[in-house]
Design a protein around this ligand. Structure first.
Ligand SMILES: CC(C)(COP(=O)(O)OP(=O)(O)OC[C@H]1O[C@@H](n2cnc3c(N)ncnc32)[C@H](O)[C@@H]1OP(=O)(O)O)[C@@H](O)C(=O)NCCC(=O)NCCS
Length: 276
């Protein structure tokens, strides 16, 4: 096996989507091939291959608007861990972001946070990944959900992030199986994932409204569901765990450098740790 300083970092392309999916599946993540295709076509994805050209590590930098970018898909296959590969890949993403004048953000798993802290990332929001094993279909609940106006949805998202992500939201909404739904003033996007459907993001005026929307979605879906709740929305989190949702893992949002934009409306659930 090569020493870490010998491994070459290469730029990946859309043809690497299936190999990327092997890495995220090994880590038991929920991303599917559509997610990889989006990162590989709209972002800057770098990786490392072994002597047989097998992809063994990745990291992605996804430029957003107003001088912001998201770093994600930081994955190293198990047999190559603890040799500094993730550190080198994230460092390379940071150099690219610096050249492009972008402030980098990411949502770290506990293992990821041990890599990013020493590189200079500072913690911001805390998130919790929740999973519900069994949602149940009911025509009555489905009829209590309305279709959401994409323009209103994008406006909420821009207030939640402090910048707009129109390309990302259009991509999500255009995927087969995606739904943009509302109940009262609460709205959410539901999309396919590898092992579970994902409610992400979710905006509402109050925890009660947010919970009522989740419950209506749960009754209108089949199979497991995921969502990434903002930890400070404690009433919402308690409501979810009180009706069968289990906390799977924490995520720590982190930022490298100064904030260049200001979020004005915290969401109840984010778009996913890979997208922010
Ligand atoms: C997290 C992950 C990307 C780290 O990759 P890596 O190449 O092993 O990381 P590095 O070798 O650059 O680690 C740098 C330092 O981070 C810390 N670190 C990394 N992984 C760690 C772990 N599992 N536990 C404790 N510390 C860890 C150590 O301080 C390490 O330095 P050391 O090996 O000299 O002690 C890899 O374990 C992985 O793919 N995990 C599953 C997916 C994941 O959680 N990705 C992060 C998403 S935010």
């Amino acid at each position: 096996m090569a020493a870490t300083e010998d491994v070459a970092i290469v730029r990946l392309g859309v043809e690497d989507a299936a190999a990327g999916l092997v890495l995220s599946t090994e880590a038991r993540w929920n991303q599917n091939e559509d997610d990889w295709r989006f990162f590989l076509s709209k972002g800057i994805v770098i990786g490392v291959r072994d002597d047989t050209r097998r992809l063994i590590a990745t990291a992605a930098l996804l430029p957003y608007s107003a001088g912001n970018a998201w770093i994600s898909m930081v994955l190293v296959t198990e047999s190559w861990r603890r040799r500094g590969i993730a550190t080198r890949l994230v460092d390379s993403c940071l150099s690219t972001a610096k050249q492009m004048g972008l402030t980098s953000w990411l949502d770290a798993t506990p293992a990821g946070a041990t890599v990013y802290g020493p590189l200079g990332f500072a913690p911001t929001l805390e998130l919790r990944r929740l999973r519900l094993e069994n949602s149940g279909s009911s025509a009555e609940a489905a009829s209590s959900l309305e279709t959401c106006d994409p323009v209103a949805f994008a406006a909420h998202d821009a207030r939640a992030m402090g910048f707009s992500r129109d390309a990302l939201l259009s991509e999500f909404a255009g995927r087969p199986g995606s739904r943009m739904v509302k109940k009262g003033n609460a709205m959410a996007l539901v999309r396919n994932g590898r092992t579970a459907r994902h409610i992400a993001p979710l905006f509402a005026d109050s925890p009660d409204e947010a919970l009522a929307l989740v419950q209506a979605i749960v009754r209108s879906e089949r199979g497991p569901l995921l969502l990434d709740a903002v930890h400070s929305q404690s009433q919402f989190l308690e409501g979810l765990t009180g009706c069968g949702w289990n906390i799977e893992r924490p995520f720590q949002r982190m930022r490298f450098g100064n904030a260049v934009t200001q979020a004005t409306e915290p969401p109840f659930a984010v778009a996913g740790p890979e997208y922010g």
